[in-house]
Each structure stands twice: as C-alpha cells, then as structure tokens.
Write a protein that binds this ligand. Structure first.
Ligand code: ARG
Length: 479
C-alpha cells in the first residue's frame, strides 16, 4: 500500500523504492506511532470528523495492534514504506474503509517528529535510569574503599596520594552532570508537533492542546513550519550522549591502564574480558575497549546529522529521514554501553597490595615537604625551590627523601627539623586535605552523603517520568 500514488502513472524504480524505505528503523517507533494515532483519532472525534462509533472502533483496533506488537506480533513488514503506512494498512485490515479517514488534515511530516520526540523522551528516561544505577554502584565502591589510598596522577605522572573512594566519586559527579544534561534535552523536546500538518497548519479543527495533553507533552510546538523542519532536538540528544560517552571513554581508559601488568591496581572480571586466539596468557579488557571506542560512534552520529541539517532549506525535506540512523542507533545502544560499564565496575577487584606498594614512592609527598616549610614560615616559591633541590639530591644519590640526614637537610634550609621524618605517611598527607571536596576522610564521607542525596532525587525524576509515560497509554487505551 502507498499513501501517495494518485497523480502517478508509473511505478517507482525498484531500487529507489528500497533505498527510500525507512521501515527498518521506524520499527523502533511502533509504540509511539500507535499512541499518536490514538490521540489523533480522539481529536478527529472531537472535531466531528469521526462519529463516536468510528472513534471507538479505531481506538479499539489501535489498542489491539499495540497488544499484538507488544507480544511479539509485528504489524509492519518490509513492504511498508514507513511506520505510518504500516499503521494505516494494518488498521484498514482490521476495520476496513474507516481506517482511511484517520489521515484527514494530517501529514507524515508531523507524525515522524511526534514519534521521534516521544521515543527519545522514553529512551532518555531509560538512559537516566541506567546512569543512576551506575552512580549507585560507584557510591558503593567508594564506601567499600573509604580507607584505601592510591596514587593520584597529573600528566599520568605520580602526583599526590588520594583516597580510592575520592577517585570513584569524581566519576560519580561527572555522571551527575550527564543526568542533568539529559533532563534538559528532555525538557527542550517536550513540545507536541501534532496538528501542524505538512507545514502550514491544520484546517479541519483538531485541538492541538488536547493532543499534546493526551500524549504527555508539556505543550504544543509554536510554529508549524519549524516544527516539521526541526531536528535540533535529535542533535541536542546526541550532544548530551556525546558528553556521556566521552566520560565513559575516559573512565574505561583509566580501568584499562590500571588493569595492565605495569599498573596492576585492578582486576577486571572474566565476564567482561576475552582471551587471545594465539597468546594463551592473555586476558584482555575488550568490554572497556569497546566502550572507549563507542564514543567515536556517538560523536560521529552528531557530526553526521549536523552535516545533513547544514544548509537544508525549510521545511520538510526527505533528507531528514536519515535522522533515524543516528537517533535510534544511539538511543538503542547507549543504555547497553552504560549497563556493561556498570557490570565492569560492580565486579571490579581492587588490588590493595599493589596500591600500597605504589604509595611507597615518596615523591608523592614532595608537595607535603614544601607545605611543611611554608607552615614554618618560608615563602612558597622558596620552599618549592628547596624541595626541588632535595629531590635532585635524592636522584643523584639514589636514595629516598626520608633517607636524607638532618645535616644535609639543614644545608638546604635551617627550617628542617626531626619532625620532617614524620611526613612520610600517605595517610597523614591525605588527612591534611580538609578543604571541601578534598580527599580527607571527613570530606570524602561528606561527598558520599551528597551523592546519595542526589541519587534519591534522580530516582524520583525517573520514577515520575515513567509514571507519566504509562499514563499516556492508560488515558488513550484505558487499563
Ligand atoms: N518516512 C518519512 C520520514 O521518515 C516520513 C515523512 C515522509 N514525508 C514526505 N513528505 N515524504 O521522514
């Protein structure tokens, strides 16, 4: 069945027809397509285009299609040009001629953006739920490791000791921003396109406010032309997804490094590793490598869609159909990437022996030596210089800073005293970082409390949106 054949005498080229079909990816939008059809049928009923009986018949048929599809019986097939065609055909198979009344005043241009907005809203809720779950696991890791220390790095060079919990909480707060970004994308797409027609508006009296409310949107869109031309909301979704995937890629890289023989800080569970077909000793962190690479897919999706939009005249152009590759492609795969990363984190084994061994490097405490001199009255720049010389001396003599004699130290500065030897304790160093957000135990515990508070609020958001989504179904189909 074609929705547009009347003025044509020739059949379309077969290869072109195949090339132009979007049904494969549209299939991911079947729920949303049925819901919006139901909302439109209700609006047509209100406008007097459908009788009460016709409205009831059509709603019942749409409900049946929904239940059938939900139980695995697809109503679309590869000969349907798109999901809109599939619904009209399937409806007509169920109720006959009256199915052909539903497209009155309506265009597929508004339908597709209605589907996409509803679909991305649903997927954002799923993504934010998966994110919150990951964040809870990070809190647990932080709690379990509250007393474990590790070297912190800048430039991937040993810097200062930190609490292991502090590191995992840093990931938590990066993800918190991702959660908020997705909420913001959700709000920006929360406008209902239905009733804008092909581009100019609707002339048969459907109530746009009514349809927006039925579909759980905040309000109708403002301008019919920009509504069918706009894919900014998809781009916005992809941009937030890019940010999140950048984070996952950075976290993955850290775990990959930490799991090497050279670092040896963590062990990745076998469930998330693979072996080599040649080298029997290998246990490779492929899951993390694939998540690290996944970022390329997401960033690429943003660039590809932006490239399609660039220079595109208003309003609808068929180019826009390509949006699904990126919208659906990323929305379907992102929750899996988050969940796999969550699995790696939940099963991660920390090798505290190795961490403690790495902490033996006294250069991690060089800043503490400078702080020691500062607290005894030396200007910081001078203290930095003196400790620099101290390090040089140790390197030349191949000894540790704690092995320098007091006389040698006092040649560098008369401020050095016996208490200098008490500096070589990573825990003492960490406990001095009492500024808010610092790595002292009290501060890290404070971060954990805040993090817990935030996840409760995040969960509330997820639950309330899920509730709203299930209300849409109930208000259109009842039960
Ligand atoms: N399959 C089309 C798409 O996904 C639906 C809109 C078609 N509109 C049109 N004017 N050809 O974008």
């Amino acid at each position: 069945m074609k929705l547009w054949g009347g003025r044509f005498v020739k059949e379309p080229d077969k290869l072109f027809l195949e090339f132009s079909s979007s049904i494969e990816l549209d299939a991911y939008l079947w729920r949303e397509e049925l819901l919006q059809n139901a909302a439109y049928v209700r609006a047509l009923g209100r406008a007097g285009i459908l009788s009460k009986d016709e409205e009831r018949l059509l709603l019942k048929a749409l409900h049946e299609l929904y239940l059938e599809a939900a139980s695995g019986k697809a109503f679309w097939n590869k000969d349907d040009e798109d999901i809109h065609t599939a619904v009209e055909r399937s409806l007509s198979e169920k109720v006959g001629e009256v199915a052909f009344k539903v497209h009155a005043g309506r265009s597929r241009n508004e339908q597709i953006v209605t589907d996409l907005r509803l679909y991305l809203k649903r997927r954002i809720v799923d993504i934010n739920e998966a994110l919150t779950f990951l964040q809870q696991k990070l809190i647990r890791l932080a709690e379990e490791n509250i007393d474990n220390l590790m070297p912190g790095y800048t430039h991937l060079q040993l810097a200062q000791p930190v609490r292991v919990a502090h590191h995992f909480l840093s990931w938590f707060f990066m993800l918190k921003r991702d959660f908020d970004r997705f909420v913001s994308a959700f709000k920006k797409m929360d406008f209902c396109p239905l009733g804008v027609g092909a581009l100019a508006g609707n002339s048969i009296g459907v109530d746009r406010e009514f349809m927006a409310e039925l579909l759980g949107f905040n309000q109708p869109t403002y301008n019919s032309m920009e509504t069918v031309a706009d894919r900014d909301f998809v781009l916005h979704f992809l941009s937030q997804a890019s940010n999140l995937s950048l984070h996952l890629s950075r976290f993955s890289e850290e775990l990959i490094l930490w799991s090497t023989t050279e670092f040896g800080f963590v062990e990745i569970d076998e469930a998330y590793a693979t072996g080599s077909s040649l080298m029997p000793q290998k246990k490779n962190p492929d899951s993390l490598e694939l998540i690290r690479a996944y970022c390329g897919r997401v960033l690429g999706a943003w660039v590809q869609l932006a490239t399609i939009l660039k220079g595109l005249p208003l309003t609808y152009n068929r180019d826009l159909q390509e949006d699904r590759r990126y919208a659906v492609g990323i929305a379907e795969s992102l929750p899996a990437a988050i969940t796999i990363f969550t699995g790696v984190v939940s099963t991660l084994k920390l090798k505290t022996d190795r961490l403690n061994q790495a902490l033996q490097n006294e250069y991690l405490l060089a800043t503490d030596i400078a702080d020691y001199l500062v607290l005894k009255g030396m200007p910081f720049r001078k203290a930095h210089e003196a400790v620099g010389k101290l390090i040089k001396l140790c390197e030349q003599r191949k000894i540790k800073p704690s092995e320098l004699g007091l006389e040698e130290l006092q040649k560098l500065s008369p401020l050095f005293d016996r208490d200098y030897y008490g500096l070589f304790d990573a825990l003492a160093s960490v406990e001095k970082k009492v500024s808010s957000g610092g790595t002292a135990k009290a501060q890290v515990l404070d971060q954990i409390e805040r993090a817990k508070d935030l996840t409760v609020r995040q969960q509330d958001w997820v639950e309330s949106q899920k509730e709203k989504l299930s209300q849409i179904f109930k208000s259109l189909f009842g039960g």
